[in-house]
Ligand binder design. Structure first.
Ligand SMILES: [Zn+2]
Length: 297
């Protein structure tokens, strides 16, 4: 049982205007600065059944502990938003190439299989996504498990943060999925819902500090309940279980500029984090007065 607590606080127009001002500043700074880093790309060809899936590892500067992963090849808005920031901050970008499609298809012993590459980080998740895409066999599960292992091996234990680059379709998956009555309410330990932001533009993280950073910046934010969240084989669940600092930044398709400013906010903090850790982000939030709705499960 959950007893959600709703706190409605006054909206201060000036404070909520913050992200808009920041967007303008960010746009100008990108326009006048040449990229600091020209990336080097390593190409990995990984076989799954009869398919060869190309994984690109794009390195901006020396490895700095920031690992971005774009698993859904039809979600290019996120990449377009992240790249100009990575050109300035440095970091590693991992891309799975799949003909601009979400579902990866392959044949094994004459049977066609399909899977969602963000449902492959547990055996149960792999089984479920295979069934969702019609055909299941243990051999197919083992092939996909090897692919998941290949991707995870690209992210070292020393990673400071793992950032998943995603986009969504209008209203299908949004902050509303996590508020009381939403289908994923129980997956969240805390939710910050800013009604002046697009419901599709969200940050979902395993980490209380990152949750606070993004919520304080005014973005719709979810702190995943790393124990209770549904075990769906996604990278967020895997990261929560392994204690990996993870964030998924997700905007609606086509909103490159919104993506860029959210990503930039996160990167600025990651590369110069505050020295004082905050143990209870929800208590902090109550006193700031910048939010209009905070839900703590
Ligand atoms: Zn995605």
């Amino acid at each position: 049982m959950f007893t959600p607590r709703l706190i409605t606080l006054p909206i201060f127009g000036l404070l909520l205007a913050g992200p808009v001002l920041q967007a303008q500043t960010g746009t100008q700074s990108t326009a006048i600065h040449a990229p600091k880093y020209i990336p080097e790309t390593r190409t990995i060809a990984h076989n799954i059944g009869n398919r060869t899936v190309v994984i690109k590892v794009i390195q901006y500067g020396e490895p700095n502990g920031i690992y971005c992963i774009n698993m859904h090849d039809n979600e290019g808005t996120a990449v377009l938003g992240a790249v100009p920031v990575l050109e300035m901050t440095g970091g590693t970008l991992i891309r799975v190439e799949n003909f601009k499609q979400r579902v990866i298809k392959f044949r094994l012993n004459g049977v066609l299989y399909g899977f969602d590459p963000n449902r492959i980080y547990s055996r149960i998740g792999i089984g479920q996504t295979l069934r969702d895409n019609r055909n299941y066999s243990l051999k197919a599960v083992l092939e996909i498990e090897k692919f998941a292992g290949r991707l995870l091996a690209l992210i070292p234990d020393t990673a400071k943060c793992l950032i998943a680059l995603h986009n969504n379709t209008n209203d299908l998956f949004s902050i509303k999925s996590y508020v009381p009555g939403g289908i994923r309410q129980k997956d969240a330990k805390a939710v910050f819902y800013n009604e002046t932001e697009d419901v599709d533009d969200i940050a979902l993280t395993t980490d209380s500090l990152i949750y606070k950073v993004m919520a304080d910046a005014g973005y719709n934010s979810i702190w995943q309940d790393n124990v209770k969240a549904k075990k769906d084989g996604s990278l967020s669940i895997y990261s929560g279980e392994k204690g990996i600092r993870y964030i998924n930044i997700e905007t609606e398709h086509g909103k490159v500029e919104q993506y860029r400013i959210m990503f930039e906010k996160l990167m600025a903090w990651l590369l110069s984090p505050p020295t004082q850790p905050v143990e209870n982000p929800e208590e902090e939030k109550e006193s700031t007065g910048t939010q209009n709705l905070l839900i703590i499960n």
